[in-house]
Design a protein around this ligand. Structure first.
Ligand SMILES: [Fe+2]
Length: 276
């Protein structure tokens, strides 16, 4: 029974008791009338107390919810600041996480994923490289091809991102998995887990495409920026071994590159250096 119905019944019972008490007192049955008054009064007081208690509990819940929301907002703001300072170590990286967040959300919308998932993907894209704080400045800004130890260090960043963010209740498991596996490749040659195909979470497949597109369309210490059509053909060349075809198609559609692609002959492969 709903709370409103119970309240109506209680109110009705209270009024009936007081009315009966009045009638009995008026016709001379004073003792029984007074008893009705007394019981009605006690019940009324008890009900009033429970109403006040419930209202106080509701108010407390509301306060706690608002404290929780504030602390989640604060926590995300701190994380974005960390990303900002990670990227500020090298001018080439400025804005990368923000762009990946935006592109990931656009790809997700193009794939008709639910609104909540699209919003999660924006956040996952913004946070995906937070683990780069564990990579030294000299490696991050290196103009040379990475050696084995440097490559090992860089390859740890997605796992570090995951470990840093894992304790936060405000991030869903889907976001965390998208971040952890954003360097997996469809044929299993990526890292950190070397998983392949459908085992790579859709969030990670989307972030991988957005990440590579943004990295390739911007200057890096080891190469100049490529134009969007060159990048699309590079992504196509690495699909389906590296990237999910649906995600690459969705990227081309959302960037309105599909028609241009149809008119462009396939250029030679360009990418040799790491994409992010
Ligand atoms: Fe990354």
């Amino acid at each position: 029974m709903g709370n409103q119905k119970v309240a109506h019944l209680r109110c009705g019972l209270l009024i009936s008791m007081v009315t009966v008490g009045c009638v009995l007192s008026a016709i001379g049955v004073v003792v029984i009338g007074a008893a009705f008054y007394a019981v009605g009064g006690v019940l009324g007081a008890l009900w009033l107390r429970s109403i006040v208690k419930t209202a106080a509990a509701d108010r407390r819940c509301e306060e706690l919810r608002s404290v929780l929301e504030r602390s989640e907002r604060h926590c995300l703001e701190v994380l974005r600041k960390v990303i900002y300072y990670v990227e500020a170590r090298d001018p080439h990286w400025g804005g990368h996480s923000k762009h990946v967040g935006e592109l990931s959300e656009r790809i997700a919308r193009e794939l008709s994923l639910p609104d909540a998932k699209c919003a999660e993907l924006r956040l996952a894209g913004q946070l995906h490289d937070i683990g780069l704080f564990a990579v030294s400045d000299s490696v991050l800004s290196s103009r040379k091809k990475f050696g084995v130890s440097e490559l090992d260090c860089v390859k740890k960043h997605s796992e570090v991102s995951y470990e840093v963010l894992k304790p936060l209740d405000c991030l869903s498991q889907d976001i965390l998995m998208g971040i952890r596996h954003h360097h997996e490749r469809m044929n299993g040659t990526g890292y950190p887990a070397g998983i392949a195909g459908e085992k790579v979470p859709i969030e990670a497949r989307i972030i991988a495409v957005a990440d590579s597109y943004d990295a390739m369309t911007h200057d890096r210490p080891y190469r100049d920026a490529m134009d969007p059509m060159q990048v699309m053909s590079e992504l196509r060349r690495c699909t389906p071994a590296g990237y999910d075809r649906q995600c690459v198609d969705a990227l081309a559609r959302t960037l309105k590159l599909t028609a241009l692609e149809a008119d462009t002959p396939d250029p030679a492969p360009v990418l040799q250096a790491p994409s992010s």
